[in-house]
Design a protein around this ligand. Structure first.
Ligand SMILES: *Cc1c(COP(=O)(O)O)cnc(C)c1O
Length: 473
């Protein structure tokens, strides 16, 4: 039973098992709890020593499905509002299966002209959807963190070249620290990229004018004007606590005036560009030198999906190209444009979902989520014991429980316990964050399945949870 060669004919039957599990699993996403702790024991079935003799294809896949469909957390269902986690549209999910079925080695044009062509088309469509001009180079990445790493690596190469150094080949020796400025909205993911790049995650000069982190443009201008050489500005299109935006056009003006590089982290917020009524939020992004975003958030493509755009495609090649490689835009090797080498055909699910729903479908999805966020914001404002902490800009609603008669000093602990109890309850997930020193709930609405019913249900369950945590309220 051990050598897979003897099981070569079982592959269709194994895939069929997965396909047959799809209907009941997906059907349950809308009414199962986000997490059913009673099923946690199923995970024990994963344990045990490495089998000496394998159990065979079908037995292994049956087991994995039994554990997986029972013990998984329904982050891709309509009631998971913690962090910023998208679902998978029907076309994206099936497209992802196609990626596995075809198993293309998608780093080199030679090993899969098909994957390379699909990646080019997917990137062109994403640029179009997100309002980025055609000349931008792009690459698909596993996540926005890798996309931030891609954009900031190009920034670092550009910065090195301005100092007469080729960092790709010679490293950072002898160079000063690359200056990086940002508002207080900068995400840990950009800092992680900077820590990998030798700038240091604490090497960012934060120019904020309040404790929410809103940009202080004058302080940023002063910082840039006092520097000797070029700098990198990290702009944030969509911050995670309240969904607010840096004024990207103002940052682009500063970048122009001081010869700086503008990198925009638009992990989820970039998709505001898909909506005519919301695209003003990202205006100016078309002037950025590099842009990062996620496919596995608002595009609702399965994990792992991200993408980076860099205005100067040749700089991507200078930052990531292999020794002696030649840049051939006609049959591009995408492993020369980003941090990965071997990679899966990440383009197929993106291609499938954009082909399936188009510009209009995504405009509707983004608008619907904005409407749902406004609906939740109104419910919060109507409730005398709930306090909306920031205006609803896009898809995040930041608020806390603050009943009359409870001292300010006790509210953080109370809200922390509410957040904890909500997750323990399991029907809805929304986590807490610290916003301007306050512990707050901040549900983020980016799943294509989410409807008004789910938003109203969240408010109802929150009421039950509050009654349990703060009885007599
Ligand atoms: C989620 C997020 C990231 C990181 O994305 P990953 O896909 O988790 O790597 C970066 N920036 C912002 C603003 C985000 O919301």
């Amino acid at each position: 039973m051990s050598d897979p060669l003897f099981e070569r004919d079982t592959a269709p039957a194994a895939l069929d098992l997965v396909a047959r599990a799809a209907a009941p699993f997906l059907g349950s996403l809308t009414d199962r709890p986000v997490h059913d702790h009673a099923a946690d024991h199923l995970m024990d079935l994963l344990d045990g020593p490495l089998p000496e003799e394998g159990e065979g294809t079908l037995a292994a896949i049956e087991e994995l499905l039994a554990v997986g469909t029972g013990a998984s957390t329904q982050t891709s269902g309509p009631r998971f509002f913690h962090f910023i986690v998208g679902g998978a549209t029907p076309a994206a999910q099936a497209g992802d299966w196609v990626t596995s079925l075809l198993d293309q080695a998608s780093g080199l044009h030679l090993t899969s002209p098909l994957a390379a062509r699909a990646e080019k088309v997917a990137l062109d469509w994403l640029k179009d959807l997100c309002g980025l001009p055609e000349p931008y180079g792009g690459v698909l990445t596993p996540s926005a963190t890798f996309a931030n790493l891609t954009g900031l690596t190009c920034a670092r190469q550009w910065w090195g070249e301005r100092h007469g150094a080729d960092i790709t080949s010679q490293g950072l020796a002898g160079l000063p620290r690359m200056p990086v400025v940002a508002s207080g909205y900068i995400h840990p993911s950009s800092r992680k990229a900077l820590q990998i790049l030798g700038v240091g995650r604490d090497g960012v000069t934060v120019c904020a004018r309040d404790d929410a982190g809103r940009v202080d443009l004058e302080a940023m201008e002063r910082t840039l004007s006092e520097l000797d050489g070029p700098a990198v500005i990290v702009g944030n299109a969509g911050e995670v606590n309240a969904g607010d935006f840096d004024p990207i056009a103002d940052l682009a003006d500063l970048a122009e005036r001081y010869g700086a590089w503008l990198h925009v982290d638009g992990a989820f917020g970039l998709f505001a560009a898909a909506s005519p009524r919301l695209r003003h939020l990202v205006s100016g992004v078309e002037r950025a030198h590099s842009v990062a975003a996620d496919g596995h958030k608002w595009l609702n493509v399965p994990y792992e999906s991200g993408f980076a755009f860099v205005h100067d495609q040749d700089l991507m090649f200078r930052s990531f190209g292999a020794w002696g490689a030649h840049y051939l835009p006609a049959d591009v090797n995408y492993n020369n444009l980003g941090p990965e080498s071997s990679r899966r055909a990440r383009a197929f699910p993106i291609w499938a979902t954009l082909r399936a729903y188009g510009r209009q479908g995504y405009a509707q999805l983004v608008d619907r989520h904005h409407d749902l966020a406004l609906r939740l914001g109104e419910a919060v404002e109507k409730a005398p014991d709930l306090e909306l902490l920031a205006p609803v800009t896009l898809c995040v609603v930041c608020f806390r429980y603050a009943p009359r008669g409870v001292a300010e000093g006790e509210l953080n602990e109370l809200n922390r316990r509410i957040g904890e109890e909500l997750i323990a309850d399991g029907r809805y997930y929304a986590g807490t964050t610290t916003y301007r020193g306050m512990t707050a709930l901040r549900p983020a609405i980016v799943n294509w399945r989410t409807t008004e019913e789910d938003i109203d249900g969240l408010v109802e369950v929150l009421r039950e949870v509050i009654a349990r945590v703060h009885p007599g309220s």
